[in-house]
Design a protein around this ligand. Structure first.
Ligand code: M6R
Length: 615
């Protein structure tokens, strides 16, 4: 959580930092701030609110010149979101200024110690403690900024990505990372630092991602020097050439990133299976699986860990792996898994699913499983992310940057990867004949076109959204493969429109939720052909008898549900295991339109952040 940006070089730092913060707002957006060095002074402006509020405030309050600066967009942990708690934070002398993403857990005791030495604090943040600790080390040990940061961080417990500069030495920014991401962009005698590469991608494709426990002194006219925070050992920067381009991180004519990302799904799914799904050759090529085939084939069980939408993709995977590959699967919330005492053996395979690859609970679950000897496989979107580096092997989803806080294309591309994995293992295990395998592979190849078709429901969905935009509750029902889709539909609605929504297995309705149904209650039912269709139709009858309003997602040409439901949205027919890739589309659109009609901030819903790097 929180986004950080820094610049040092020959350009004006202000526009780079503001633009960079806007791109990082997905990481947090309850307050923002910037500090610029203009050659003699540090000019600092910060405010509760979004980066646009910061822009408005800065125009009237500070000089915006300077070729050195740092900026921050915040998701509050310590201290409520207000102007004072916003970053950057000064040290007591006013010489040092810092931005921080993460939590310093022992800040209370450090604060007490610094208090005894005469330091005072204006904010409630752990970050202000850290910058003063750095200053205290500088003074008491007579060392330069880099060394002071290193010594201070060795006294700090917690997680961080920080950038700090000293007005007495304005040719350098010192950065460090433990647990939160930090990338350094390398230009022609200029450097950028940021939580991800999006703030600097139009200036340079060359970047170094710090590893956990590393720090760097980014100094003009010098090469980047990395070192280990703990023991001073030199680390060698691995300079990557990034593939990301600017269009991918802009809205491209759509009103919101979420809508753009919903519409990108046909392309994203295709990119996910490109080069992997080869029906003509009758194979699925996945290096991560090929290299570790025995581990998967001999696994006692697969444990899937994830959070939020990625957890829902994991639930779909449970159906796919068990149904197609006949491998037992357990799906766990990473946050629960890491704190109970789960039975994990060396014969288990753990699959961690994460769009961002930075989710703190998922990362912790991986570390625990590795300690217990399990083989850990990652399904991530963000290339080079912490989870992709921590896992033994893995597969990228290649969905492209997902910026809307509500996950959409991440979900469908995760399911695509997991489907490829399950099909490949099913074939290797002999669960599939050649002809059945070929049938599944060719059908999977048609999914992008079918998603395109499902997107054609947009106008109808918008009309339905208008009918239900004032609802206060909503029920989502599905069975089998589409039960996780019901959960995902409900999550999408609540997170962006703030309408209370519940997802349930359709048959569970009569064990409690049916009591909620009356003429005010919209019930979204996924009732595609195959997969317990007749039973779901009975559930629809039960809702109708209680006057619930029924919005049904059905297979094209359906004749039964049409007569029962208030609204019917069709999706193309496909193999049952692939239906979640289609049925989820109208649910994404429904939550999107309702949120827009309720005037909600679709891409940046309240209290949320895209990347949850705190537990
Ligand atoms: O980056 P991850 O996939 O690990 O994120 C997990 C969840 O935080 C994420 O899916 C969250 O639930 C989304 N906001 C849902 O739309």
């Amino acid at each position: 959580m929180c986004g950080i940006v820094g610049y040092i070089g020959h350009r004006d730092a202000y526009p780079i930092i503001i633009k960079g913060l806007q791109r990082l707002e997905y990481r947090g957006y309850d307050s923002a701030g910037i500090a610029l060095y203009d050659g003699s002074h540090i000019n600092l402006s910060k405010t509760k609110g979004k980066v646009t509020d910061l822009e408005n405030k800065s125009k009237s309050s500070i000089s915006m010149s300077g070729n050195l600066g740092i900026g921050h967009t915040r998701w509050a942990t310590h201290g409520v979101p207000n102007d004072v708690n916003s970053h950057p934070h000064y040290s007591n002398s006013g010489d040092l200024v810092i931005i921080h993403n993460g939590i310093i857990e022992n800040y209370e005791s450090l604060k007490k110690e610094l208090g005894k030495r005469g330091y005072s604090f204006t904010s409630d943040t752990d970050t202000e403690v850290l910058v003063n600790l750095i200053e205290e080390v500088q003074k008491s040990e007579g060392v330069l900024l880099g060394q002071a940061v290193q010594i201070a961080l060795n006294q700090a417990v917690g997680a961080y990505a920080i950038a700090v500069f000293d007005k007495k030495k304005p040719d350098e920014i010192v950065v460090a990372k433990l647990g939160s991401p930090l990338a350094i962009g390398i230009g022609e005698n200029e450097f950028f630092v940021a939580s991800d590469a999006s703030p600097f991608i139009e200036f340079t494709n060359n970047a170094v991602y710090l590893e956990d426990g590393e720090m760097a002194i980014v100094r003009l006219g010098k090469e980047i020097k990395l070192r280990k925070i703990q023991n001073d050992a030199i680390a060698y920067p691995n300079i990557l050439e990034l593939q990301m381009n600017l269009e991918e991180i802009e809205k491209g004519g759509y009103d919101h990133f979420m809508l753009k990302e919903i519409y990108e799904q046909p392309r994203a799914i295709l990119d996910t299976y490109r080069g992997r799904l080869l029906p003509d050759q009758g194979i699925i090529k996945m290096t991560g699986i090929d290299q570790n085939l025995e581990k998967f084939l001999n696994a006692n069980k697969i444990i899937i860990v994830a959070c939020g939408t990625s957890w829902h993709a994991g639930l779909v995977a449970e159906y796919i792996f068990e149904d197609l590959a006949r491998i037992p699967v357990e799906v766990e919330y990473a946050s629960e898994f890491r704190y109970r005492n789960p039975v994990i053996t060396e014969k288990d395979v753990l699959i961690a699913i994460s769009q961002s690859g930075e989710t703190a609970d998922t990362l912790a679950a991986i570390k625990m499983a590795k300690e217990k000897g399990a083989f850990v496989y990652g399904v991530c979107n963000v290339v080079g992310s912490s989870i992709s580096r921590e896992t033994d092997s893995g597969t990228y989803t290649h969905a492209g940057p997902e910026i809307g806080v509500a996950s959409t294309k991440a979900f469908t591309t995760q399911i695509t990867v997991l489907t490829l994995m399950a099909l490949k293992l099913a074939k290797e295990k002999g669960e599939f004949s050649e002809s059945r395998f070929h049938e599944y592979l060719t059908e999977l190849e048609t999914i992008p076109a079918k998603v395109e078709k499902a997107l054609e429901s947009n106008t109808l969905v918008e009309i339905i959204a208008d009918v239900y935009k004032h609802s206060t509750n909503c029920l989502y029902l599905g069975r089998g493969y589409n039960f996780p889709v019901a959960l995902e539909g409900a999550l999408k609605l609540k997170e962006i429109s703030y309408i209370h929504a519940e997802g349930y297995p359709a048959a569970e309705m009569k064990h409690g939720p049916i009591a909620l149904i009356d003429e005010q209650m919209p019930v979204i039912v996924i009732a595609t052909k195959k997969g317990h269709y007749e039973k779901v139709v009975s559930n629809i009858q039960e809702i109708k008898s209680r006057k619930g309003k029924i919005i049904a997602i059905v297979t094209e040409g359906d004749e039964q549900v049409v007569d029962l439901a208030d609204h019917v949205i069709e999706v193309p027919e496909t193999i049952e295991s692939f239906t979640p890739l289609l049925t989820t589309i109208p649910l994404q659109l429904l939550s999107y339109h309702i949120a827009v009609m309720r005037d909600c901030n679709v891409d940046q819903p309240r209290n949320l952040a895209k990347s949850v790097t705190v537990e």
